[in-house]
Design a protein around this ligand. Structure first.
Ligand SMILES: [Zn+2]
Ligand SMILES: [Zn+2]
Length: 157
């Protein structure tokens, strides 16, 4: 994955990524409401690979996620920018910040139980989840499975 450069609509917040990205399309209620759309393509990256310039504001949600997340946005123009989680090593970036034709294809889809009947399928290589997987349980499974772990996350299976 090469470098990616994104920004909010007014340009006050700029986001650079230089590293691996896993894309999850989220249909959860909080993503719907905060984005005003039916789904958000989140680019999940290592925090160390992301550089955010500007002064975003954060708002904490937890209703449809099992843990609290902070959703950040530009206070000038209102564009959603990113998401921080209890795990400080990972950050989620809103895909729409980046120019057309630069987004990697999705690896997984979350909260598909909320998906509208007319929303498209993203193909056979995408892991489809009705809600949110139990990340802690899956991490423990991978721990048991050993070194294959990291590859398993990237593929979403
Ligand atoms: Zn802005
Ligand atoms: Zn969501």
């Amino acid at each position: 994955m090469g470098k990616m450069h994104g920004s909010c609509v007014c340009g006050a917040i700029k986001v650079d990524v230089d590293g691996d990205v896993m894309t999850g399309i989220c249909h959860c209620i909080d993503c719907r409401k905060t984005s005003g759309t039916t789904a958000v393509p989140w680019l999940m990256c290592a925090t160390s690979a992301v550089d955010i310039k500007g002064q975003p504001k954060g708002f904490t949600t937890r209703s449809s996620n099992k843990y609290e997340v902070k959703r950040w946005f530009c206070p000038e123009c209102g564009s959603g920018t990113h998401l921080t989680m209890p795990n400080p090593e990972m950050v989620g970036l809103m895909g729409g910040l980046f120019p057309p034709h630069t987004l990697p294809p999705p690896n997984m889809e979350l909260f598909c139980k909320n998906k509208e009947s007319w929303e498209a399928s993203f193909g056979d290589n995408v892991r489809v989840c009705d809600e949110q997987p139990d990340w802690a349980a899956e991490a423990a499974e991978r721990e048991k499975a050993g070194a294959a772990g990291a590859a398993g996350v990237a593929q979403g299976h």
